[in-house]
Design a protein around this ligand. Structure first.
Ligand code: G3P
Length: 229
């Protein structure tokens, strides 16, 4: 399974990428807005310049895809924005919402060889349309489905089964991941990619028995060193 980091925080992604385990990055307008709030750079650059700068920095950190989302909602503007985002770096994947205009934009950009990540997918029907529109990635939001009492993981299972019957090149990018259980269950289903908030990525390393086991090893080692001396 490939791991993407769901964050627009350049320093955080840089740190996590040092692990060698990070295969890509996803951002969205909310994550970019969070970074804008932290930064004073906005004042002189304007939001457009800020987004391009941040996405450029993220793209330079790794070879894998970095999703950058359009904010327009009508096809002409969305297409223009998508083209402009795609020019930032060769590893940009343009993110579009799963709407009629978004899928039209996905189709147009995909025909030009631009990678598109179709986001805000909440049903198998939507995932089918995204694949037929030529999406490189489809992002089903499992945590948000869980939030309203649905089963997000069941959607992943359905989409994987559905895609297995066809020769789509679209990959399922499990998104809105909230915990390790989401990651492992998706991996057991064979989902190719999950995008993880930094907190969930770091949690993957953890087990209390690793911590207590290591503490015991080190304490035994220190004691034995003292008896030798
Ligand atoms: O990649 C999509 C993701 O950012 C949405 O996550 O936690 O806001 O539902 P969340």
């Amino acid at each position: 399974m490939r791991f993407f980091i769901d964050s627009a925080d350049v320093n955080e992604v840089r740190e996590l990428a040092k692990s060698g385990l990070v295969d890509g990055v996803t951002t969205n307008p909310s994550l970019i807005a969070k970074e804008i709030k932290k930064s004073s750079a906005m004042a002189d650059k304007g939001s457009g310049g800020y987004i391009h700068t941040r996405i450029g920095e993220l793209c330079a950190l790794l070879d894998g895809p970095v999703s950058a989302e359009v904010t327009a909602t009508d096809f002409p503007e969305m297409y223009k924005e998508g083209k402009s985002l795609a020019k930032i770096a060769k590893n940009v994947a343009v993110k579009v919402p799963l709407t009629e205009s978004g899928l039209r934009c996905c189709h147009a950009l995909s025909l030009e060889g631009i990678d598109v990540n179709v986001t805000l997918c909440f049903s198998s029907a939507q995932a089918l349309l995204a694949a037929k529109s030529g999406a490189r990635f489809v992002s089903p939001f499992i945590g948000r489905l869980d939030d309203i009492g649905h089963d997000g993981l069941q959607l992943i299972e359905e989409i994987l089964e559905l895609y297995s019957h066809y020769k789509f090149s679209t990959e399922v990018l499990v998104a809105s991941v909230r915990n390790i259980g989401h990651v492992i269950a998706s991996a057991r289903m064979g989902a190719p990619i999950a995008t993880l908030p930094p907190k969930v990525f770091r949690a993957l390393y953890k087990h209390p028995l690793t911590d207590s086991g290591l503490a015991a090893f080190l304490s035994d080692w220190r004691e034995s060193k003292q008896s030798i001396l």
